[in-house]
Design a protein around this ligand. Structure first.
Ligand code: GLN
Length: 491
């Protein structure tokens, strides 16, 4: 019922299917001696070359990836059992995930030239299972944005229509998978930054339960919202990476032990709830709405129960999210002072100027807007009226969401109210940009896992449309398994 895996690209720029559709496909090919890791990396590097104009990568670690591939090929030849679980998995990293000895800038000027001293726990775990990292991808500065137009490296183009945005903030990550330059991409999702660009680019995007993957080594934006997420061509690759990266980490006290393999088979007669207010919302594009209804009908035809459920807090989602994340961001970004990390303004002649000029020159307008807003809502006169109230609203939103999930296996929503928009369409109107996050931020407010499914194309503009499924906390595996099964029905 759900379209078979593979990027939903119909543009003339690329082939419509990745060369290797899944990790298991790659591993089978490697085991049968039909290819080598080196040949795989060479293939991905040639894809990167052909799609440079889309601006998905800010740095490609070609030599290093080829060298690692060669080492793996040798080790595999000597002893096929010596390779890790991610043998053959070539992965891109969003430019806000640390990798020891490599630059990381969160697409900002303030971190220009900054090299990380350590790797994120998620990256360490991928490397320990023999994944190959191919490069770092473009994004909105510090993860702030929904279109990847807010990057010091310039915007990322969507391969489905290069005149349109890739989505954000992990736009480069989405395009890196969409254009088959890697098997999977790591992004970060504070309020939809993995799911929305995945939807705009016609691939799968997953935000795990808050606390599933360590945030150690992820450049902080809104710490109580941030999660590393995965983009791929199918849910089983996402599950494979998640399985490796997840679990407790001494460097992140919000991570806990909660195994992935808690799924009861088979998954049938699933109960899925949707909020009629969300689907009937006048801000939702008619074509996206029709894809959503079709998806619901397909689920029903497959024997699942899809039923409406009232949710009266939709209007509070965006204000709550933007008050709390800007508050957390203003605090997190205080560390960039021109002294400890990255770039210091050459114009500064004393300490105060060092702070002032380094921050003024180093942050983009959007980042400054959020620091100001966050500082305001945390200021002593307004703390209770805004920050405290938003905390209470968040608790209520979470409680109601978990209440819905006690009666349903999943909640279904569109990923975004529209398909990918044209460059510049929303850049002068931050509020319009913020409102476009209406469907994704709920999962981060509630800390629940959420998956963007490539559900088809818009009936008029033919661009990819994503549908989102969300589950109760820690039911990441059940959600991915359901998606995998639903996918199988298509074959
Ligand atoms: N668009 C949202 C924001 O700007 C989400 C960003 C994200 O998930 N990193 O806050």
């Amino acid at each position: 019922m759900i379209p078979p895996h593979g990027p939903a690209i119909k543009g003339i720029y690329l082939c419509s299917m990745p060369k290797y559709t899944s990790l298991s496909d790659i591993q089978r090919t490697l085991h049968e001696g039909e290819t080598t890791c080196r040949a795989l990396v060479e293939y991905y590097l040639s894809q990167i070359e052909q799609t440079r104009h889309l601006n998905a990568y800010v740095e490609v670690w070609a030599e290093e990836a080829l060298e690692k591939a060669g080492e793996l090929d040798t080790r595999f030849k000597e002893n096929p059992d010596s390779v890790g679980r991610l043998f053959g998995a070539v992965i891109s990293l969003k430019d806000n995930i640390c990798y020891a000895g490599h630059q990381v800038t969160a697409a900002s000027k303030i971190l220009e030239g900054f090299t990380s001293l350590y790797s994120a726990t998620a990256v360490e775990r991928l490397l320990a299972e023999d994944a190959i990292i191919i490069g770092r991808t473009n994004c909105d500065q510090f993860g702030m944005g929904s279109s990847n137009e807010n990057s010091v490296y310039g915007p990322v183009r969507n391969a489905a229509d290069p005149e349109r945005v890739s989505g954000g903030s992990s736009g480069g990550a989405a395009v890196s998978v969409q254009t088959d330059t890697c098997l999977a991409a790591l992004g970060s999702d504070t309020g939809g930054s993995v799911r929305q660009p995945a939807a705009f680019c016609g691939i799968w995007g997953f935000k795990p339960t808050y606390g599933r993957i360590s945030r150690h080594g992820l450049i902080a934006y809104g710490s109580s919202f941030d999660q590393i997420g995965v983009m791929a061509n199918n849910p089983s690759d996402i599950a494979a990476l998640l399985d490796v990266m997840q679990g407790p980490d001494e460097f992140d006290s919000t991570t806990i032990q909660c195994p992935m393999s808690n799924v009861q088979f088979p998954i049938s007669n699933i109960r899925i709830g949707y909020f009629p207010e969300a689907i009937e919302n006048e801000g939702l594009d008619a074509g996206v709405r029709s894809v959503t209804w079709r998806f619901i009908e397909q689920l029903r035809a497959a024997g699942h129960v899809v039923a409406p459920i009232a949710f009266d807090l939709l209007d509070f989602i965006i204000p709550t999210y933007y008050i709390l994340t800007t508050a957390e961001a203003s605090s997190n970004l205080a560390r960039y002072d021109g002294i400890r990390y990255g770039r210091r303004s050459p114009r500064a002649t004393n300490l105060e100027e060092t702070y002032l000029l380094s921050r003024s020159e180093g942050f983009s307008e959007e980042v400054k807007r959020r620091i100001l807003l966050g500082t305001f809502v945390l200021s002593s006169g307004y703390y209770d009226a805004y920050y405290n109230k938003a905390q209470r609203a968040r608790a209520l939103i979470r409680k109601k969401t978990l209440g819905v999930l006690s009666g349903f296996d999943f909640i279904l929503m569109p990923v975004a109210p529209t398909t990918a928009w044209r460059f510049g369409e929303k850049s002068d109107d931050p509020v319009a940009m913020y409102l476009s996050d209406i469907y994704t931020v709920l999962a981060n407010l509630a800390g629940i896992p959420a998956l963007a499914v490539p559900a088809g194309h818009h009936p008029e503009n033919d661009l990819p449309v994503g549908i989102q499924l969300m589950a109760a906390p820690w039911e990441d595996a059940k959600l991915l398994e359901f998606a995998q099964q639903a996918l199988r029905l298509a074959d």
